[in-house]
Write a protein that binds this ligand. Structure first.
Ligand code: ZN
Length: 476
């Protein structure tokens, strides 16, 4: 008999999570996971039983996943929450409720679109004050690199930001100015030796491209209701040229660098070549680049607009191949909502509309659905959505896998069950999304944060927000 006694655990009640398909150490096996004080304290492999013959459970609380998958909670390292300052676009409460319903147990908030943007220690503290007490999942924070804020970077690292984001092109908001190569040399020198990471929105304005993002600057003949008009304004070359610069700086300073939301597959060989030369460089793509294709975007459907743009089917196919070959390390939502007026749906003007796609709630199912034709496995999903995103954000020793000592953050989901996206299900604040009425495969049954069930498909969200602010960042 494999008896588990709890005599040594007096402070907290032991909780038990078990199932026939538990993701442990790169395998999907029957297992029983013991949780105390929000941490995983023991894992018994190949033991799953509803009777007590194999494991004698004295715990009051047993969550039984049965035939469903029990895996680490999803860590979405690219979410724009926008609070404070643009809370009408999104806020901590609504964004984290959407995350919890989608099987996500940690989001990492982007530094821009909030006012102030997170580019100084004092603005970080303002953001922390606004987030505290209203998060349904855990939240980490990216800082920002903007021209002239180099003296704020190390203090922000010490305060617990996961790293920094910068733009190489107009960010779309006044408070977050883009950097030049000269600014980057200054910032990189500050970051050498910190083990922090610099994230790049990798598009540059080459040969005047990318400037025609307003109606006035568009050729008279172009139809702004056509997605193609917008696509042609932000060609692959803008990403390729930006990524060449990132690779050069990464190799020069050996500061960890990361390319956010890669869209143009043409840049992949450049990234691989820099890595082969020793650049500490990682790259993500998003669920929209892996699910959508420019050929299918209807005229005037500006809720499909984001930067860089969704490209064609051939490009999407190559991005998927790079995900499967591990050339792309991770997949995120880049959830970036706004109020519906900024999407100019009345005119359907792609050039005038705000760029950003909302989808944080659907990431797990989007990845699983689109991945079916590429033979994606649950282990691929854990690697791209849980492990590598955790490591990027300095959370690799706390999150991202079912391992003794880590947080008991889990999602229990049914990979076989299909469902359809309906507006009334959406928890994020503004409901515009390209996925309404889309049928997705993979249904979240329960989301567990540090041992607490924060979402159950039958009873809904927890009453209390259990999420914590993550400032104990350890780069490894
Ligand atoms: Zn973003």
């Amino acid at each position: 008999m494999n008896k588990h006694t709890f005599s040594s655990f007096n402070t907290y009640a032991m909780k038990v999570f078990r199932g026939k398909r538990v993701v442990v150490d790169g395998e999907i096996i029957p297992a029983t996971v013991f949780v105390e004080g929000g941490k995983i304290v023991d894992i018994q492999r190949n033991i799953y039983s509803q009777d007590s013959n194999s494991v004698e459970l004295e715990s009051e609380e047993v969550v039984d996943a049965g035939d469903l998958v029990l895996m680490p909670g999803v860590v979405d390292s690219h979410v724009h929450v926008n609070e404070p300052g643009r809370t009408a676009w999104e806020g901590f409460s609504t964004a984290t409720k959407a995350a919890a319903v989608g099987g996500i147990t940690t989001i990492v908030d982007m530094p821009l679109n909030s006012i102030p943007s997170t580019t100084s220690l004092s603005s970080l503290n303002i953001k922390l004050d606004s987030a505290r007490g209203q998060c349904y999942v855990d939240v980490g924070f990216w800082g920002g690199v903007v021209p002239g804020n180099q003296d704020e970077l190390v203090p922000m690292v010490n305060a617990g930001v996961a790293g920094f984001k910068c733009f190489l092109i107009n960010s779309g908001v006044e408070e977050f100015q883009h950097v030049t190569e000269e600014d980057l040399h200054i910032a990189m020198k500050q970051l050498v030796g910190t083990e922090s990471v610099l994230l790049f929105h990798a598009e540059v304005d080459c040969a005047g491209l990318g400037q025609n993002n307003t109606k006035e600057e568009t050729a008279e003949s172009a139809d702004d209701r056509k997605y193609q008009t917008f696509l042609e304004s932000r060609p692959d070359k803008m990403e390729v040229e930006a990524i060449k610069l990132v690779c050069k700086l990464c190799l020069q300073y050996k500061v960890r660098c990361h390319i956010v939301h890669l869209s143009a597959c043409e840049a992949l060989p450049i990234i691989q070549s820099a890595r082969d030369s020793g650049a500490p460089l990682t790259v993500e793509t998003t669920h929209h680049y892996l699910n959508l294709a420019s050929e299918n975007i209807p005229d005037g459907a500006t809720y499909f607009k984001c930067c860089p743009p969704v490209r064609n089917k051939k490009n999407r196919d190559l991005l998927w191949k790079a995900v499967m070959s591990r050339e792309i390390d991770m997949v995120v939502s880049d959830h970036s909502p706004c109020t519906s007026d900024l999407k100019h749906l009345d005119k359907g003007d792609f050039l005038a509309a705000w760029g950003g796609i909302s989808s944080v709630q659907f990431g797990l199912s989007l990845f699983w659905t689109a991945g079916q034709q590429y033979d994606v496995t649950i282990l691929d999903l854990c690697r791209c959505l849980c492990e590598n995103t955790s490591k990027l954000a300095g959370l690799g020793s706390q999150k991202g896998s079912i391992t003794v000592g880590r947080d008991a953050d889990f999602v229990i989901w049914d990979p076989e069950k299909s469902w359809s996206v309906k507006e009334q299900m959406i928890q994020h604040k503004n409901k515009l999304t390209p996925y309404i009425d889309t049928t997705l495969k993979g249904n979240v049954s329960k989301t567990i944060l540090r041992g607490n069930v924060v979402y159950d498909e039958h009873t809904g969200l927890s009453e209390k927000p259990f999420g914590q602010l993550l400032l104990d960042i350890k780069f490894c």
